[in-house]
Design a protein around this ligand. Structure first.
Ligand code: PLP
Ligand code: NAG
Length: 540
């Protein structure tokens, strides 16, 4: 101590006071700047890589080539949209006069007839989880009755509020929530996840004074978590999954935890492989480090909650596991409600309070809103409520039994096929296959040509099937399996042939190291959804 004092005093003895003040201030500011430079939302390495690619894209030869490719890709996307709409003219301005009801219905029918995939007969993975004309009629009527309600005004529409509260409570009970459990409805799984991330960010800030909260998620967790991080200024730490089980590596998750960690995430099941993370181990980490744990059951929540009753074994994954503090479950997937509804649940109201947004000083009055939307569609809540009443416990257990049995049957048969392997142990209704012998996208391409719409996976390449109620119809699973078998036989005659068709582009996009180019492609794809022709609008 003496020595340090003497040394510092000695070195400063020749300086004037302003110099000491100046150097101190400059050192502190440089230190802070350096700290902030090192520890940003993105790691130094990621930022370094991005800078290198950005500079590379400034080289004229490269930038021209990229531009050409981009243009091609963009035109490709537009051509595909034009093809899908079968050359029908576009309406780009309001019709001069309102149209007659009959004409509108005719046009709607025509619009809805576009598209090449026969989703009603089970050719599509996921997307539509149940199609039942009786239920649709009921929902149409219910939606009509409630279509003009807005639960933003509970005093005006108390009935819709009661329905929402009941849907939340029913779901909390399905997931073994205690008397303190609570939640809200949202517009979908993404919003449920956004809300949980927002709640935990605010909880970490207010309760623990964490300035830069971090979420720790498996690489297989749904992109909604990274989206939440991007929207709400959170940092993401991705944890790898075990290469064999495809469940999150718990030891790596422990290492990823820091003082800034505001939530741990496990999926039950995840989207890519349908495997379930070890929720009990994640919850134990949460308890040990006092960090909230979110279980993403968006996809399979309304399957996994009924599995025990349908006669399938499963480790506990819900509020019955101490340490699990929130769950997201989509009523608009296996809850079979129309799109636009999902549930986020918390073990205690203190977390839900962090989800709410409150503005106390607006001249328009004190304003409180539970989730992202302000005005909300009461019709969707009523339709979700009606779907739950329509199915009842028995209906859901029965559907779960059929769906999981079908998935297990498909899995068992796929495991016997040469050249294919199944990723991990699919737990519920989702499974994925890959190949060590040929490029799996060749199978994707071949099945696509036979009318199947399945989802491609990357890192490593795979093919994923989300089994819905439509796949449980007689003969659908067998038709799928025999199509796979026949195509496999063709592919295995020449296993090293490269991928062709539109899947070649998917394959190529994995090998592009500069992910910002893939990002640009994706933005063009999104642009193409809003494609309308450049010429003057046509009034049909
Ligand atoms: C579908 C899904 C979500 C998000 O749901 P959306 O309803 O599409 O917003 C979240 N997690 C998993 C595992 C999913 O499959
Ligand atoms: C969030 O918005 C959706 C969509 O309108 C609504 O159904 C849901 O009830 C909202 N959540 C809450 C808690 O209000």
């Amino acid at each position: 101590m003496e020595f340090v004092r003497g040394y510092v005093n000695n070195s400063c003895s020749k300086m004037e006071p302003w110099q000491i003040v100046g150097i101190t201030a400059a050192t502190v500011l440089t230190g802070v700047w350096f700290w902030e430079f090192l520890f940003q939302e993105e790691s130094l390495v990621t930022r370094g890589k991005k800078t290198v690619f950005k500079l590379a894209r400034k080289i004229p030869a490269i930038s021209q080539r990229i531009e050409r490719e981009m243009k091609k890709v963009n035109e490709g996307f537009e051509q595909e949209v034009i093809h899908r709409n079968q050359g029908n003219p576009y309406i780009t301005t309001l019709p001069e006069k309102g149209k007659h009801r009959k004409e509108i219905i005719q046009q709607v029918e025509q619009y809805l007839s576009f598209g090449d995939y026969d989703w009603k007969d089970g050719f599509v993975s996921g997307a539509v989880y149940n199609y039942n004309l009786d239920l649709i009629q009921l929902l149409t009527e219910v939606y009509g009755l409630a279509s003009y309600t807005n639960p933003l005004h509970p005093d005006v529409f108390p009935g819709v509020c009661k329905m929402e509260a009941e849907v939340v409570r029913i779901t909390a009970n399905l997931f073994h929530g205690g008397p303190d459990s609570c939640g809200t409805m949202t517009t979908g799984g993404t919003e449920s996840i956004l809300m949980a991330c927002k709640a935990y960010r605010d909880y970490a800030r207010t309760e623990r004074g964490v300035c830069y909260p971090e979420i720790v998620i498996p690489v297989t967790a749904h992109p909604a978590f990274s989206k939440a991080a991007a929207y709400f200024g959170l940092r993401v730490k991705h944890v790898p999954v075990d290469p064999d089980t495809k469940a999150v590596d718990i030891r790596a998750m422990r290492r990823a935890i820091s003082r800034s960690t505001c939530m741990l995430v496990g999926s039950a099941p995840n989207y890519p492989y349908g495997t379930v993370d070890d929720i009990q181990a994640i919850a134990a980490l949460g308890r040990q480090y006092n960090i909230p744990v979110h279980v993403d059951a968006c996809l399979g929540g309304f399957v996994i909650a009924f599995m025990a009753k349908a006669g399938f074994d499963l480790p506990a994954f819900d509020f019955s596991v101490p340490g699990v503090t929130s769950i997201s479950a989509d009523t608009h997937k296996y809850g079979y409600a129309p799109k636009g509804s999902s549930i986020v649940l918390y073990s205690e109201p203190k977390f839900r309070h962090c989800q709410f947004y409150v503005s106390t000083d607006w001249p328009g009055g004190v304003y409180g809103s539970p989730n992202i939307s302000g005005s909300r569609a009461g019709g969707i809540i009523a339709a979700c409520w009606a779907t739950m009443m329509y199915f009842g416990l028995e209906g859901y257990v029965d559907a779960t039994k059929k769906i999981v049995e079908t998935t297990r049957y498909i899995e068992k048969r796929l495991r016997t096929m040469d050249g294919l392997f199944v990723f991990g142990t699919p737990a519920t209704s989702v499974l994925a296959v890959g190949s060590k012998v040929f490029h799996i996208y060749r199978l994707s391409d071949a099945l696509c040509k036979r009318g199947w719409n399945l989802n491609p996976l990357q890192f490593p390449p795979g093919l994923h099937l989300c089994v819905t109620y439509m796949h449980t119809a007689d003969g659908v699973a067998d038709r799928f399996l025999s199509d796979v078998e026949e195509e496999l036989a063709i592919i295995l005659k020449d296993p090293s042939k490269p991928v062709e068709g539109k899947f070649a582009m998917y394959g190529m996009s994995h090998s592009i190291p500069d992910r910002s180019i893939v990002g640009d492609f994706t933005r063009f794809f999104l642009d193409s959804m809003y494609y309308t022709p450049a010429e003057e609008g046509v009034n049909m």
